[in-house]
Every structure is written in C-alpha cells, then in structure tokens.
Design a protein around this ligand. Structure first.
Ligand SMILES: *Cc1c(COP(=O)(O)O)cnc(C)c1O
Length: 373
C-alpha cells in the first residue's frame, strides 16, 4: 500500500527527546525556546510563540488582536474546520467567502464586498501548502484597521517570491502528526510585532507575567519540551523534505498533464508550493467521479484523500449559529465534490510516484469506460 502520509522520526529526534527525559524538565524550558528561535527564521518573523496545537495557536492569535463578540472575521469555508472553530472559540463571528477556482485559496475579489463595519481580520488559508494571494488581500485591506492572520497550518516553508509565509501579519502553523513538520500535536504563532508577541506569551500562560501576577485572563496553551525536541529535529530536514515533495509533484504533473477533465495543482513560479497535498480536481461535467476514482485507486493499493468533502460550516451544528454567515460560495462547493489528493510525501521512491501516476490514469480510464457502457 502506498500511503498518503508516512511519519518517520530519526535518531536526531530520539536523541533530543532523550535529552529532555534525562533533564527532568518537561515544560517551559530550553527546547521550546530553541524551537521558537529556529522556527521564527523559517517564517521570516522576529518572534515565534509555540503552542499546544495549531488550533490553540489560532485562537491565541485572534485573542491577541483583542477580537471577540461583536467583531467579524472573514475567511474561506474550504478549509479544515479548525479555522472556523478558532474564530468561534474567541467569541467573534465568521463571514465565509468564495475561493479562487484554480488554486483553492480565498479570493481577494470575494473578500472586498464582504468587508463591513464589524470586519476586524481576514484569515487566508495556504491550502495544501500553496500560498494565498497575500498581495491581493493587502490591497483589499489597505487604509483600514483590518488585520491579516495567515492559517499556514499546511505551508511550512512556502514563499511568495522571496517572502516566507508567516511574515505578513500574524500567522499560525500546525505541527499535527501529518503536517510537513510535526511534533505530534503542536502549533506556533509567528509575528514581527513585539507587542503582539508579548500578548501571545501572556495568553499562553494564564495571562501571567510573573509568578501569580495575572495581567489578562489567559489560558494554558503551552507546548511541552518533548514536543519541541521532536520539532527541532524535524525542522533540520524541512528544506530537503520540501525539495523532495516538490520533485515528486513535478513528476506527477508531467505524468498527468494530458489527462482530460483533470485539473492539476496551480504552479505559479512566484508562489512556492510546498505540497502538503498534491490535489487534483476531477471535472464532473466530463463524466468523472472523484469517489469512484478514489475507490479504484484504493483497490490497487494507493491511498488517496479528500480535503475536504464538505465546506467547514456545512454541518447541522453550525446551521443555527448567528455567528456563522456564509456568502454563496459555488466554487468552494464544487471543489468539495471534485478534489482528490494523491500521495506526494518525501518518503516516496521514484517508482512509487510513477505507480501513483499510472494507477491514477488507469482509474480515470476505467471510470470513463464504465460510464460509456
Ligand atoms: C491542521 C490544520 C489546522 C489545525 O491544526 P491542529 O494542530 O490540528 O490543531 C488548522 N487549519 C488547517 C488548514 C489545518 O490543516
């Protein structure tokens, strides 16, 4: 079976984790500090504040801006549900707008008409590891007080020209088990604002500046030393692993370019894709069915994934909430029905990548044949 994700931890991680175990210092120690310093560099930001998960990191980022009831945040519904949940957790309202049909990230032209008196932030999601149109979004919010918070959970090391994602306003990265860099569970906020960094550190640790001196009502969003130790070891490989993902993606693109009815990932040279996922879109109007192709691939030993089968708010538990408002999002709705992610990770061999491509082509053909019968 060729898997969609494969997690391998090397000797470097073992040694650093062992160092933590032997030190007896399990939280708020030197590993977290080192991980933060090293990650800030990856994101091109002055500060990185490690958290217990990507979700808590995003909640903290929203809280650090002082957002809460009465405020509205604009984001995309074509994302993992954590983007939506984090805004609701902070007490703010969500306004969901459509995506760009070719790269699946939030469309600045859909953001512009949604901006209103209560809009305080926009959360673009660098979905699958492809940077959202940050320049387009900056133009939309120019001259306003609206903040940008990047959801870079899937985009460690992605860049727009020479500028890393994570360097715009505030950004959240996730280190969940399947992400391009993992600590098992974990997250981080990056920012170049000293004021916001200070707030984030307070919020992470019960609002406490000095022992039992509380400045704001806070929380426990802390990362452990073992998590940070694993993260440091992972980070050392990030650029090599990203190169391998990009090379695998280039091979898939080359092999799949001619398949009719299949849209391949957007490849714009100035927006450096880090291929957390290699996601294709199967056009229903040409007779393709995503779920049939996925089942055919599964039967031949290739695991695929659907990110995401429904829009984030398209569940009964969100329907009655006044805090969730969705514009019509036909492009996102269509993507949810048609996208399929193929294995692209750094541990695939060249033969694995070719097997993924060949099996995909065969499965698409098989679907078309059964259609014409
Ligand atoms: C993984 C992910 C998150 C949440 O991160 P966790 O570490 O799982 O809490 C948020 N947004 C997106 C787009 C993600 O992929």
């Amino acid at each position: 079976m060729i898997r969609l994700t494969e997690i391998r931890l090397d000797e470097g991680a073992e040694q650093l984790a062992l160092q933590v175990l032997r030190s007896g210092r399990l939280t708020q120690g030197p590993m977290v500090e080192r991980f933060e310093r090293e990650f800030a560099q990856v994101a091109g930001a002055s500060h990185a504040i490690a958290m217990s998960s990507g979700t808590t990191a995003l909640v903290a980022a929203i809280q650090a801006l002082g957002l809460g009831p009465g405020d509205e945040v604009i984001t995309t519904p074509f994302t993992f549900v954590a983007t939506l949940n984090a805004v609701l957790e902070a007490g703010a309202a969500v306004r969901l707008v459509d995506i760009d049909a070719s790269d699946y990230t939030i469309d600045p032209e859909a953001v512009a008409p949604a901006v209103g008196d209560r809009t305080r932030a926009v959360i673009p999601v660098h979905l699958y590891g492809f940077p959202a149109d940050m320049e387009g979004l900056e133009k939309v919010i120019a001259g306003t007080e609206i903040s940008l918070i990047e959801d870079a959970a899937q985009a460690h090391g992605a860049r727009i020209s020479d500028r890393p994602v994570g360097s715009w306003g505030m950004a959240m990265f996730s280190f969940y088990a399947t992400k391009n860099v993992t600590t098992g569970e974990g997250g981080i906020v990056t920012t170049s604002s000293d004021v916001l960094a200070d707030k984030l550190r307070l919020l992470r640790n019960q609002g406490m500046r000095r022992r039992y001196e509380y400045e704001v009502p806070g929380h426990n969003y802390r990362m452990t030393e073992i998590q940070a130790a694993i993260g440091i070891a992972q980070l050392a490989h990030l650029s090599e692993w990203t190169d391998r993902r990009r090379r695998n993606a280039a091979r898939l693109v080359e092999a799949l370019e001619e398949v009719e009815g299949v849209r391949l990932p957007s490849l714009r040279p100035e927006r450096r894709h880090v291929f957390h996922q290699f996601t294709v879109q199967l056009d229903r109007d040409t007779g393709l069915d995503r779920d049939t192709v996925a089942a055919a691939m599964e039967a031949r030993g290739i695991e695929t994934g659907v990110y995401y089968p429904r829009l984030s708010h398209d569940y009964p538990c969100y329907r009655a909430l006044d805090a969730v408002r969705a514009d019509p999002t036909p492009r996102a709705a269509r993507a949810a029905q048609e996208v399929l992610s193929l294995p692209v990770h750094q541990w695939l061999t060249e033969a694995d990548v070719m097997a993924v491509a060949d099996t995909f082509v065969d499965s698409v053909r098989q679907t078309r044949r059964s259609l014409s019968v």
